[in-house]
Design a protein around this ligand. Structure first.
Ligand code: UDP
Length: 327
């Protein structure tokens, strides 16, 4: 099978590409970003990297014509982007998705779209089934631009579904693992990792009681592959994740335990990190019933195990980069 993955050189995309190549499929990754996460795949005869953007509709059209199955994973993600450059987030996420949808529809290709647990916002009524309400703050709070961009993209997907496009929407819950982000940037686990590996305090924002369900990449990939192959997934919206809830404070403590260093936990006020253009989500938990029923997949990697593997991978990568900031 020929699989096109937009954002195929990103964190989830690179793992997905690797898994499809291992299955014996042929993968084309479309990505503008760094090639670091797919370097190990570059020489493989069934892996092709096209360095271009989903904003380029012509390229997409040509690639969609040649694919049997399309995954649209390209997007701008990371709280630092939501706060620093909301235009970029909205433009790429909404307009890029429209280009992908148009190409998939034109060529009659099955599409899997990667959305996010952020679409539920801060709905206090956890766990969230896929039909749960979206509870978001004001548009003057930049943080919500990502959630909004993905929700608008979901609406576009569902509109195309009405026209007959076989599309599946996946809402990922805090996926982590090797190759996540660069140390010190991006999501909480890579920020904590940078601090941990230098023996510095881990900066827990607020009081650390806010929770997330950290999903190990291998579990997310099993579900993502099934979503592209299982017929029952067509037309569905699915939460993808674990329902094991962990507070950020506990995450920090666990990472310190597993990392075996001299780091401590330091609580920092939220405004000091993000300014006033940010609101945190107090609890985020998926209902995974539909994922299990539709895809036959449940997350099975305990947080301790996933974190241990992630810490070991980043340690190795850091050592290989010779203490430079190349990780
Ligand atoms: N967080 C933290 N310290 C940091 C970075 C993030 O305590 O240095 C918290 C953040 O406030 C949020 C959680 O970790 O409550 C997860 O943040 P992340 O940016 O990974 O993504 P989110 O799940 O909020 O989209």
């Amino acid at each position: 099978m020929k699989v096109l993955i937009t954002g195929g050189a990103g964190f989830v995309g690179s793992h997905l590409a690797e898994a499809f190549v291992a299955r014996g499929d042929e993968v084309t990754a479309l990505d503008t970003g760094s090639q670091a996460k797919v370097r190990h795949l570059l020489g493989h005869p069934r892996f092709h990297l096209v360095v271009d953007s989903v904003m380029n509709a012509e390229i997409l059209d040509g690639l969609a014509a040649k694919a049997d199955l399309i995954y649209h994973l390209a997007g701008v993600v990371g709280v630092e982007h939501y706060v620093a450059d909301p235009y970029h987030v909205l433009n790429v996420n909404v307009n890029g998705t429209q280009h992908v949808l148009r190409a998939a529809y034109k060529h009659g290709r099955r599409l899997v779209f990667s959305s996010t647990s952020e679409v539920y916002g801060r709905n206090p009524d956890v766990p969230w089934g896929e039909d749960a309400d979206r509870v978001l703050g004001s548009t003057s709070i930049d943080r919500w631009c990502y959630s909004t961009s993905k929700a608008a993209s979901e609406h576009f997907c569902l509109a195309y579904r009405r026209l007959g496009l076989p599309v599946t929407i996946l809402r990922y819950f805090n996926v982590y693992g090797p190759r996540l982000d660069q140390l010190d940037v991006g999501r909480v686990i890579t920020i904590f990792l940078g601090q941990l590996l230098r023996g510095e305090p881990l900066t827990v924002i607020g009081d650390g009681t806010q929770t997330r369900c950290f999903t190990y990449i291998d579990d997310a990939i099993r579900a993502t592959i099934a979503a592209g192959l299982v017929r029952e997934a067509e037309g569905q919206v699915l939460n993808i994740g674990t329902d094991q809830e962990t507070s950020i404070r506990r995450l920090a403590e666990l990472m310190i335990e597993l990392g075996g260093g001299r780091s401590t936990v330091r609580l920092v006020p939220q405004e000091r990190v993000y300014g006033d253009s940010y609101e945190d989500v107090p609890r985020r938990i998926p209902d995974v019933t539909r994922m299990h029923r539709t895809l036959g997949v449940l997350a099975r990697t305990p947080l301790e195990e996933g974190l241990a593997r992630t810490i070991a991978w980043f340690r190795g990568a850091k050592a290989a980069a010779g203490q430079s900031d190349g990780v």
